[in-house]
Design a protein. Sequence first.
Lengths: 111, 339, 356
Amino acid sequence: MMDFGFSISPSSTLNLDKVDLTLYDRLCDIEPDAKKCMACGSCTATCTSGPWTGMSVRRVILGIQRGKEKEAAGMLKGCMLCGKCTMVCPRGINTRHLILSLCRIYEEEGK
Amino acid sequence: MKDNIVIIGGGIAGMEAAHQLLLLGYKPILVEKSDHLGGHVADWHKLFPDMSPAKDAVRDLAEKIKEANIFLETEVSFINRLKNGYNVMFTNGVNVICKAILLATGFELFEASKKEEYGYGIYNQVMTNSDLERWFNTRKDKRLDGKDIRKVGFVHCVGSRDIKAGNPQCSKVCCITAIKQAMEVKEFFPDAEVYCFYMDLRLFGKKYEDFYIKAQMESGVHFIRGRVSEVSENINGQVIVKTEDTLSGKPAKITLDLLVLMSGIVCNQQAVKTASMVQVQTDSDGFLKSKDNILNIIETGSKGVFLAGTATGPKTVPETVAEARAAALAIHNYLVSLQ
Amino acid sequence: MIYKGKQKIWSDYQKDIPDDHWFYVRSCIRQSFFPASEKYFLKICRDLLGKDVYETEHHTTCGGIAYHSDTIPQETAMTIVARQFALMKEAGYKNLVTSCITSFGNYTEIIETWREFPELEAKIRENLWKACRREFDIPEYVAHASDLIFKFRDEIGSMAKYHLVDGITGEPLRVVEHIGCHYSKMFPHKGFGGAEYPCVLSGMIDSWGGQVIDYPERRHCCGFGFRQYLVKANRGYSVSNTHKKFESMEPYHPDMIITNCPGCPYFLDRWQYVISEMEGKTYGQNGYGIPVFTYEEVAGLVLGFDPWDLGLQIHQVAVEPLLEKIGIPYNPKTKYLGLDGKEIMKPGLPTVLKCC
């Protein structure tokens, strides 16, 4: 093949038709309040490890909803389980339970 | 002999004002250009937040105003200012001399075909919120009948908050209507995935936030923050919607079986003409101008002319009814002050 | 698809184009990419339709490429355009017709800018006087050459020897139309049909018997943005855009693509070769690719001119399968014989894309 000096760039468009929601559905079976998240960002703002590890419960939930499971798993590693996010969540989501449930699902699936 | 009061507009504002005026002993004249009372509410299915049937609300109001002088399929052809009142001429030939006029002329829905990029009237599976509400009532629409509806999308802010559409204002009630309709669609098509494409969710009213939570928890509605930029059709007749998922910062696209456009509320253009006959202007947002926007919304700059309902701006049903009652009392007090 | 809805929108975006007496300005690159297009535009307008289309040998580029690549400031581009207008005034014409779509966009944008900022117009008048002692008038009307062919499409259709139909079955050909971005995306009211559903090419296709395909990425740019392809490292963006369009139109199995811009047919044509080398995928039937034409070439084909006189041998994607489908006769032996029957060299053949 000829070397043109450039190649077809991959598209960054999220194709919502092709998103696999099995992980999200499993999470919602264990922690139904995950559906309540309104992406307000209080959890991210208060996160103890957030500024240094990029951990954000909002982005974890969004990542699971968009099929970006590896990214979400990477962020979860930074969580210190301090519980500040649970304290501030205005929708009353038990975020600590959500994080631990998600970690357990990842372990069970070998991710 | 009580003075004549003319109420222009037979929607719920006009009907509630007529009801209150009847209780106060007057016999108001209610004129409505269509062939039925109830205005837009008469075409709707269920009213938020209680989800009570709209038909019942209109029917109850109509019962209460049986004693009033109701002219259907009639319009105002001319209004003359007299020394102590107004001479109103109707298209049915009747002439009335009255001391007070209530403009309850209501609103118009934004014409969704003006937003060409959404393809309303061009692509088969695109409909508006009023088309969907009509389907809830009649269950007859070729976009839904006999179709396998698996994915539905709701586009918020069509013709609202949009300077290119000529309407930079928020139409207030479309967000809660979108959520209500999303939940109702999910009841009719339980296996469907429903998506709401919003810029902001304006859920200001009583129990509206509960609706949001219920939509997320029970109906599983997906909320995607991002405005829809263009709609196109694929070879199967499904619509492809392009938007940005602003929360993840990436453009997104999705294929849907049905797209519902939440058309906004704009001022009734015929009303503007009628209002100008009594020197009531339009405000900067296109709606009729009140004396001020805080304590005197139902009064106008013209003596004896009052406003109620969505003629001054988008409103919910309880707000419209409250204004109608206030207007009726204000008219009564005004007429008493003249004696 | 509700066709009446589109017709309603088209009726909102109509243009009243003058009938005759046009001043023609050529494109910088079209004569290399599509050699006979401009010649046949003039031939159709002058000989077949009897119109007065004048061009002067003194006219230059409009500066659009340089302006859009950020190599000259806007005022320089405006002064170049002002000189074009001065030449037009000297020749005694009031209507400008451009060959290139970027030119069309450039002229329209400059005239609109002068309308809103008259002090800028005064400055450019001064610039032009200082530079070459010329004075100009703003043209009464600026149109694109495809607008004129659109206006006379029915006349051309009535003189046509062939139509855009399958010669054997009589079924209309499936035609994809691609409008250059600068035609109506900048000023929707300056284009027939507006920005969302332009009808300048679909009108021609309908008059000449074809069937227009509306596919999801119809509005998408082909990727010929000057900044995108002038620098080699950025050409990946260009080819990705074209790739997106082809992936989107593939399920509809189009027979041909018609465009009205210099760059678009060039890219839609040549990138099919690049994509075939990179991914091993071709989009037409039997591995040939989808032939891409300019509207003048299509007008010439339906009027019965010889395909090789129309410059179709320069195209990357083979046009022979389509010519055979319509039933237009062609002589394969004279393909690479230029004017006066001189042998012009044969190109090398690609490895994946089938060419004749």
